[in-house]
Design a protein around this ligand. Sequence first.
Ligand SMILES: Nc1ncnc2c1ncn2[C@@H]1O[C@H](COP(=O)(O)OP(=O)(O)OP(=O)(O)O)[C@@H](O)[C@H]1O
Ligand SMILES: [Mg+2]
Length: 248
Amino acid sequence: MLELQGIKKKLGGQAVLRGVNLKVAPAEKVVVIGRSGSGKSVMLRLIMGLLRPEAGAVCFEGTRLTGLNEEAWNPYRRKIGMLFQGSALFDSLSVFDNLAFPLREDGEKSVKVLREKVEEALKIVSLSGTEQVMPAELSGGMKKRAALARAIIRKPDLMLYDEPTTGLDPIVADSINRLILHLGKMFGMASIVVTHDMTSARKVGDRIAYLHEGKIYFEGTPAEVDQCEDPLVRDFVRGHAEGTDVTG
Ligand SMILES: Nc1ncnc2c1ncn2[C@@H]1O[C@H](COP(=O)(O)OP(=O)(O)OP(=O)(O)O)[C@@H](O)[C@H]1O
Ligand SMILES: [Mg+2]
């Protein structure tokens, strides 16, 4: 359903992505791991069409998106939900208005429909009844869940998660992992999860891809990644499992 074909992207004079190839099947959950600064967030922004590649293409549900103009992109963007690194809720809007935002953007005016959809999305993330709360009043874990509810309110075919568990305590992090799995099952949506957290990667990933020096250096099932003898992959996986990484 999603295919990245030889994606190259330079930023600030530096070749960040140097030919990324990645395929995601319908309902598949692919975890992307990699060092801080390796280009994981850039890769997600390219999939969302917030950045354009210099070479290569993003193909989604059989359409080559790269090369389409903004207007032609928009219907596809609606089918892709993204949970940004750091939530990105609108601080001046209540939870209700945050969640209703993408629906209003699509032209939905019926208060009844907005209420129903917001209520349903909040229920999925276990935040029922928080419609009138302001983001500043939510804990970090609740903010993530509210942002997640907003990201799924259009029932996307593909969800992109940028560091969904970073900065959360292990129990809350686990609840987010379970939510990612639950959403995948409930809506059959495909997911790309970018993370440093190997516990999370093993738990949610059907497949794990290691982004290194601008390319997918290794990909395999969680078991294959754990058994991989390649020193680079081993250091990354064990380093993180032992909590020795201090870069991000
Ligand atoms: N708008 C930009 N302008 C210039 N350089 C950028 C821009 N966005 C990202 N970069 C650079 O691209 C590289 C990859 O950044 P990116 O945010 O994708 O890393 P990441 O893998 O998501 O890291 P982290 O795990 O810390 O979130 C970094 O060197 C960063 O400085
Ligand atoms: Mg990032």
